[in-house]
Write a protein that binds this ligand. Structure first.
Ligand code: AMP
Length: 282
């Protein structure tokens, strides 16, 4: 695996390959890698001749400075994991490389409804920051395929919208959420959980299974179910930001189901200061 730290060098390597007809798969990450990330690399490796990953903890997408400061950094282990997973190129830019003119944002991304619900409410400015970094990375790497995890469901929809807005010629590939044996979605933030909280954290997955088992037909009261689910989480020591059930294609929040529309359950909750998110498509 070759490591590049600036735009000029990574482009000097990747762009001629693209011109020669190589298909490049790109996996952007914030590091502290786990099997969720390496699963994306593995899928990209199967589908593309060349796999590039990036590690960059993007300051502009953190609305909570403590979350940014406490974000885990495990670079040596990450490099090893990427090598093992078959990654060809790692892009490791500095903040200055990504934001040569400073962290301020010159454009407002017109994300519409997606920037008004769920994560957008609880993390103001988060998706604008995500678009800022992803747009920059995509211009630098110029991949054929972009690999994203279902774990960050709303983020996937936002990036899809960004690609439409920017008219990038890039295919999005979505990969299923990788889970621990007890159902907890793998996440870099899980490292911050104490042993006791790690054992409790599976409650999010179990709560989504509970919701899913209760949705039987169009008569199901989704609103009541969401309140019940929040209560289950609170009894286990979580502070939920939201438990929602939405149209899986549009993220429109639903209190009633027509018995046909594909649904997604979305949960965000704090466990002793660590914010966990998860979702389940049903
Ligand atoms: P992050 O490093 O958290 O920014 O994540 C980088 C990419 O990995 C994003 O596309 C995430 O959705 C994806 N990802 C993170 N955790 C998982 C997981 N447990 N399963 C599948 N994909 C994941």
């Amino acid at each position: 695996m070759i490591i590049y730290k600036n735009e000029k060098d990574i482009q000097a390597f990747l762009l001629p390959k693209k011109q020669q007809g190589h298909v490049t798969g790109f996996v952007p990450t914030m590091g502290a890698l786990h099997q969720g990330h390496t699963g994306l690399i593995g899928k990209a490796k199967k589908e593309c001749g060349m796999v590039a990953a990036s590690i960059f903890v993007n300051p502009t997408q953190f609305n909570d400075p403590t979350d940014f400061e406490k974000y885990p950094h495990t670079l040596e282990k990450d490099i090893y994991a990427l090598e093992v997973a078959g990654c060809d190129v790692l892009f490791l830019p500095s903040v200055k490389e990504i934001y040569p003119d400073g962290l301020g944002r010159k454009v407002n991304y017109e994300l519409g409804y997606l920037d008004t619900v769920l994560e957008a409410i609880y993390r103001p400015g988060h998706f604008q920051g995500v678009c800022q970094v992803v747009e920059r990375l995509l211009k630098m790497v110029q991949p054929t395929n972009l690999y994203l995890g279902q774990k960050d469901y709303q983020q996937f929809m936002v990036i899809k919208k960004l690609i439409e807005l920017s008219a990038f010629d890039i295919n999005i590939k979505i990969c299923p959420t990788q889970r621990e044996a007890d159902g907890l979605a793998m996440s870099s933030r899980n490292m911050r959980l104490s042993e006791t909280d790690r054992a409790k954290a599976t409650c999010i997955y179990k709560t989504m299974l509970f919701i899913s088992s209760q949705i039987k037909d169009y008569q199901t009261d989704l609103k009541k179910l969401k309140i019940q689910a929040e209560q289950i989480l609170m009894e286990d020591g979580f502070k939920p930001d939201y438990v929602e059930i939405a149209n899986a294609n549009t993220l429109k929040l639903l209190d009633k189901w027509d018995g046909k529309t594909p649904l997604v359950i979305l949960v965000a909750a704090f466990l002793n200061g660590v914010r966990l998110i998860d979702n389940m498509v049903i």
